[in-house]
Design a protein around this ligand. Sequence first.
Ligand code: HEC
Length: 173
Amino acid sequence: MSQEQDRIFFRNYLIVLGLLALMIVIFLLAARAIGAQRGGLDAQRTAQVSEATKPVGQVRMAGDEEPAMAAAPVAQPEAPAVADASADDAGKRVYSGLCFSCHGTGLPGIPQLGDHAAWEARLADVGIDMMYEHAINGFTGASGIMMPPKGGNPALSDDEVKAAVDYMVAADK
Ligand code: HEC
């Protein structure tokens, strides 16, 4: 072979080698890209499956943190003294959350918040203790409409209901 032929052969040889190296790099990159995509899919699947099969409830062990979603209005022990500020707050809270639907909407036959005459009449009639009792255990009087026990929410404590009664009897509109 002449020197010229050698040179051409060597050049082509290098070009082929270079192309091969380039292909290796391209394949590596492609493989990584596909792998990454798949990984994402798998993670998505796993998340979907664990979401679909997550337990309905979980046992909370003593010392575990309070789960954030346990926001149900659980009856909390309120301060027993009806006159203090926190009881006032409880009364207002219970009234606004429940009693309002009948005692704040102007329904006829139902003593309304701020209607001092109506509340005074009942106070004079049966007295506060009996009114507590009626609010806690339910009552149907002259109106013929039922006052449901605890306004219909058995989760309320007696003290909360009493606080709501106090609030309604005393409050101005
Ligand atoms: C579904 C409607 C309704 C809801 C809710 C409701 N009440 Fe009543 N309530 C009544 C009716 C009706 C009466 C009047 C009954 C009558 O005199 O015939 C009444 C009367 C009362 C009385 C007067 C009882 C008496 O002896 O004269 C009190 C006190 C009272 N409610 C407290 C509450 C409290 C506290 C709540 C909230 C925890 C509440 N109510 C929620 C309907 C409701």
